[in-house]
Design a protein. Structure first.
Lengths: 586, 239
């Protein structure tokens, strides 16, 4: 049986994930910390509290959101199993034959794309990364960056398999090729499926974050929009939603907010909107004291970004839709049949995942508990290992025969040291250290020509935040950083979409649109989006908007549509204008 | 004269038998009377492998041995964390409270020395350059990083270099290094690159388990470094 160990060994030998993943993740983790540093100081506590409240009141919030959906005309569906979820989606799709789908981890979990295709439905993965890994057929290697394991040359080859004739492997060209294919599919399709990041019980609004604009196209499908999401993704109200949003994009991708933050209200005229909540064990996990906190997870991926095991082995080694530390905890809980019982052992227990988690999930402690579960229910460790641990325990109990115990410890460690090498098929470089190695005073002199001392990682700059900066200037600075043009006056051009903003956010350089102004398709079709922002409407943090959303549709724009799905290189202007102009009004 | 027990973790007697003498040397220089506890284990190897019954058996013996002592100086952050944060949870009710009470007397060697009232009387001098490896459990479960660095900073003549990626795991993780050798070696290689980047050739840490792992890789890969525990460094700085 192939497990994590075999898959990781294969990945490391054939693809050496660390070579590409480690530098990317080291930078991302630093950038995330810097981005979180720009937000409100209590963001982490508020996000954790918002999620803790949600998992403590799941049934209550679901009763509430059901009512809120009814008021808005959104269909509420609860599926206990993956099969039930797939059947519900099929039923809702009716006779639909061409269906674009945006990224959803829950859809991966229930095997939705595969199941719909098996039923003769033409499903297209519309997220650029998903589109690429769909061709490859091995699944995503990261929850927010599905194609992280592929370099540009390999992606070009994969796209060529689908008939693309591309002169080079420039990430911008590759991204635009996929964008065009996806855009064309959207022109002629029968319904659209998206995921969701949070569902607001009090108001019945659906929160979705995205960068590319494919979700914008999906949610504005004129006939049918289906959301597939996890049972635990409800939050109490707008304040809770913003608490989550303030941690989500910074933790996931070091962005202040994603390019688009959707708050969907009821369906548009002539449109149907349905939400399929997938339980698949979540209500069971909610009752397990040791693991229930896992349901706080907001799927940002920060734990895998920071995880040295994930970096070394790559996401595909986990063999699960959920990888990294959260995957090693979630997979065996969602599928308790033992197929993922070895994943909790895929950790050195360094604790970095628990430390970085934006909602405070004690992941490494859960890994320890899952290990004990797997041993006690016989899913891991054979007779030899069990006998070995019994013998080990005897060595350290009973009469204190310290010398004998030490001798045995020494022997067993020597044995373990030898054991290491055959596991590595002979290329494991490790040799047991000498018990009393010689000491050479010259070693204290350092290397003969040592490289210069690197700056301490803890001494990173504190950023350009000067707490007293005026909101307008902060907004201007942050918007410009996102590539947004900020002016006092603008000359109208052909193809402009001129919109009046309801508010703006200084700390993230974002602009809030509400009501009619949120119409996604005209927004994406414009060659330039011009947003009029009143200086007095600028707030400091996303959370400050919680009470200003109104009751209808809301859309927060944070920079132009973009992707970083290919080698984490940013390409602007995917579905939607590359040019965003803000006209600041006094 | 304060009386303390010195817990020399199980693996030390096998892997670096001289280290307990280094730690004892430092504690005596501070004026402590030292009783050695060895041949005992905190239970972590079994605990991390999912064998809680076995971990409890081994840990119970350690707690029994430690019970008469008011302070148990422990030459490992990882073992200290196991004893304080995990071991008591294996005992129910009153037994658990008792276990926690004994566990709270364990203090990691570096932390103990850094907070010792006689520390100022210790003359510490060692000319040279070392790099500091921050062990994960000492860092995250015990929060010892600053104290360890503060202690090293007291050694006159010693230049302490920080690793660029100090907060990344070395890939040891106990049984992890045996069960997942490829992943463990990939992590170790990254850490050794980082160590080399400092230009230092002596690596010090409060936890010898990480050092043993890194030394095993360095030996096999022909990288000339020595690994010293903080106890060894302080002991040598006393001379």
């Amino acid at each position: 049986m192939s497990g994590f160990r075999e898959r990781a060994a294969h990945e490391i030998r054939t693809a050496s994930p660390a070579a590409t993943v480690t530098p990317i993740m080291r930078k991302l983790v630093d950038d995330s910390a810097a981005m979180l540093g720009r937000g409100p100081g209590d963001a982490r506590q508020r996000a954790a509290a918002a999620r803790a409240y949600a998992i403590d009141h799941l049934e209550e919030l679901h009763a509430q959101i059901k009512g809120s959906f009814e008021r808005r005309g959104i269909g509420y569906h609860l599926a206990a199993t993956p099969e039930e979820a797939v059947d519900t989606v099929k039923r809702l799709l009716g006779s639909a034959k061409r269906v674009p789908k945006s990224k959803s981890m829950v859809a991966e979990e229930i095997g939705l794309t595969h199941a719909l295709r098996a039923a003769g439905i033409d499903v297209l993965e519309t997220d650029i990364g998903e589109y690429i890994v769909d061709i490859e057929g091995r699944g995503p290697s990261h929850i927010t960056a599905p194609a992280l394991h592929l370099n540009r040359a390999r992606i070009r080859d994969l796209l060529a398999r689908g008939g693309a004739d591309l002169p080079d492997d420039d990430p911008e060209r590759l991204s635009r090729f996929v964008r065009d294919a996806v855009g064309a599919f959207f022109q002629d399709c029968d319904a659209a499926i998206t995921g969701s990041n949070l569902l607001i019980a009090s108001s019945g609004r659906i929160g979705i974050v995205e960068n590319e604009g494919n979700v914008s196209l999906g949610v504005s499908h004129p006939k049918l929009h289906i959301v597939v999401t996890g049972y635990e993704k409800v939050v109490a109200d707008e304040a809770a939603a913003f608490a989550v949003l303030e941690m989500l994009a910074p933790s996931a991708t070091a962005q202040p907010l994603t390019a688009f933050t959707h708050f969907l209200a009821g369906p548009a005229k002539g449109q149907q909107r349905h939400v399929v909540f997938v339980d698949n064990g979540r209500s069971r996990i909610a009752k397990e004291a040791r693991y229930r906190e896992l349901l706080k997870c907001i799927r940002c991926g920060a734990c895998m970004n920071a995880c040295p095991v994930y970096r070394a082995a790559g996401g595909l080694s986990y063999g699960s839709p959920y990888m990294g530390p959260v995957g090693a905890v979630l997979s065996p809980l969602l599928w308790p049949d033992g197929r993922y019982a070895d994943l909790p052992f895929a950790s050195s227990l360094c604790g970095r995942c628990s430390e970085i988690c934006p909602v405070g999930i004690p992941l490494h402690r859960m890994l320890l508990d899952l290990r004990a579960d797997a041993v006690s229910n016989g899913q891991v460790a054979g007779r030899i290992e069990r006998a070995g641990w019994q013998a080990w325990a005897l060595m350290f109990t009973g009469a204190p025969v310290a010398r004998a115990a030490t001798a045995m410890a020494r022997l067993s460690l020597r044995g373990a040291g030898r054991m290491v090498r055959p596991h590595g098929d002979g290329d494991d470089p490790r040799l047991l250290p000498e018990p009393t190695p010689p000491r050479d005073p010259a070693m204290l002199w350092g290397a003969a020509s040592g490289p210069p001392q690197l700056p301490s990682p803890t001494a990173t700059a504190t950023g350009d935040e000067t707490a007293t900066q005026e909101l307008v200037e902060l907004f201007r600075a942050r918007a410009i950083q996102l590539g947004v043009e900020v002016v006092e006056k603008v000359r109208k051009q052909k193809g402009d979409r001129m919109l009046k903003a309801t508010a703006a956010i200084a700390s993230t350089g974002s602009v809030l649109l509400t009501g009619e102004a949120t119409a996604r398709r005209p927004l994406l079709a414009a060659s330039r989006v011009v947003l009029e922002v009143g200086a007095k409407t600028i707030v400091r943090y996303p959370s400050d908007l919680a009470s200003r959303l109104g009751d209808g549709e809301a859309l927060i724009l944070t920079g132009a549509s973009r992707t970083a799905d290919i080698e984490k290189q940013i390409v602007r202007g995917i579905h939607g204008a590359e040019a965003l102009v803000v006209v600041l009004k006094k | 004269m304060p009386r303390v027990a010195l817990f020399d973790p199980c693996y030390m007697a096998a892997l670096r038998p001289g280290d307990a003498d280094h730690a004892r040397h430092v504690l005596r220089a501070l004026g402590d009377e030292v009783t050695l506890i060895d041949g005992r284990c905190c239970g972590q190897p079994a605990y991390n492998s999912g064998f809680r019954g076995e971990a409890k058996s081994a840990g119970r013996e350690l707690l029994r041995t430690a019970q008469p002592h008011a302070t148990v100086v422990t030459a490992s952050g990882s073992c200290t964390s196991m004893v304080q944060h995990y071991l008591p949870g294996l005992f129910a009710g009153e037994r658990g409270a008792g276990a926690q009470s004994i566990a709270n007397r364990f203090v990691e060697f570096t932390a103990y020395v850094a907070a010792h009232p006689n520390l100022d009387r210790l003359g510490l001098k060692l000319d040279g350059m070392v790099a500091y490896h921050d062990a994960c459990h000492a860092r995250r479960e015990l929060g010892l990083t600053e104290r360890a660095l503060g202690l090293l900073a007291r050694v006159r003549g010693l230049e302490v270099r920080r690793l660029a990626y100090e907060d990344e795991c070395c890939g040891f993780g106990g049984a992890f290094s045996v069960k997942l050798p490829d992943v463990s070696v990939a992590m170790m290689t990254a850490k050794l690159d980082d160590v080399r980047g400092t230009g230092a050739r002596v690596l010090v840490s409060g936890d010898f388990s990480c050092l043993a792992h890194l030394e095993s890789g360095a030996r096999g890969m022909g990288i000339a470094i020595e690994t010293w525990t903080i106890a060894e460094l302080l002991s040598r700085a006393l001379e």
